[in-house]
Design a protein around this ligand. Sequence first.
Ligand SMILES: O=C(O)c1ccccc1N[C@@H]1O[C@H](COP(=O)(O)O)[C@@H](O)[C@H]1O
Length: 219
Amino acid sequence: MSLLVKICGLSTRETLQTALDAGADMVGFVFFPPSPRHVSLETGRELGRQVKKRALKVALTVDADDATLDNIMDALSPDIFQLHGRESVARLRDIKQKFGRPVMKAVPVATSADLAVLPGYAAVADRILFDARAPKDATRPGGLGAPFDWHLLENLELDLPYMVSGGLDAENLAEAVRITRAGGVDVSSGVESAPGVKDPELIKAFIRAARATRELSVR
Ligand SMILES: O=C(O)c1ccccc1N[C@@H]1O[C@H](COP(=O)(O)O)[C@@H](O)[C@H]1O
């Protein structure tokens, strides 16, 4: 199976087009005002139209309320919600029921104790995204360009698709996939020249490197 590639935090037509043309499977739009990648509903609507079913549209939210999700549904009509806050299992169930979209729950990882939440989330989520746990004083819970210890997932047994993120780039993604056996990779900072500024060449290099992991695993 080919590795799923998600390019997150796209906010311009040009870089979205680069990600689509380079073959991204998922394109992520951040609806979280403190983030340097935040997009307004109008921008989300415009970028969403540009996707034209060439990739799955992912709406990244952080502890968003129903009204916010309603607005995102109307503007972007996402294929999947990425829930990157402290959403409970009950809230996941509620969102799936109210909005009729699959959910990918981000699980912050710093130690093995962080994996204790998995059975609860796995019963409801459609996909898990393992991301580095942000420091307590961080202004956002992700998108910080920091990796976690991938060996924490080495013996993971999860009957659910999962992706890995946090500080990935074209150089280290193969190692992250080899250790975690993740079915997908998600990147934001690693394809940027500055926070929130996507670099087309880095996007292409990341997707090229992700496609090459398939060849590695066949050997
Ligand atoms: O990108 C953001 O600004 C962001 C804000 C709030 C929550 C998550 C965010 N991004 C996600 O974080 C991970 C790791 O990103 P990075 O590659 O280390 O920068 C990724 O899943 C992004 O989707």
